[in-house]
Design a protein around this ligand. Sequence first.
Ligand SMILES: [Zn+2]
Length: 143
Amino acid sequence: MLIHGQCHCGNIAFDLEWEGNPPEIPARACGCSFCIKHGGVWTSNPKATLAVAIRDPTLVSRYAFGSRTATFHVCSRCGAVPLVTSDIANHLYAVVNVNVLENVDPLWLRRAAANFEGEDIESRLARRRRNWIADVRIVDGNA
Ligand SMILES: [Zn+2]
């Protein structure tokens, strides 16, 4: 089904094509220091397709920390964090925040905790290549 998500003010919006109707959506409450502060709960599916539309790219703060292999896309107008991307060998992967999904029944979420602290960079990137959304398109501006 087609899942829609967006930050609170709508500056960062996306359409996520996900198998199944209703779909089963893993929801991983991340234990990293950023996600604890933001309440980040993420989902991905290697077979999903993600199309992101950013109305005003000057109102997106791109934040990275630690190993700097992941970029958090923070809306600087409303503060929501709809997605995280990781550029691995010139291919863009992403996870999206389940809290910004609009047409999803909470019963479809399969909640679990996740903590990847202590994982080395190589296994971290390999895990993202296996599990993250691999078909990601980001369009800036009013295209
Ligand atoms: Zn916003």
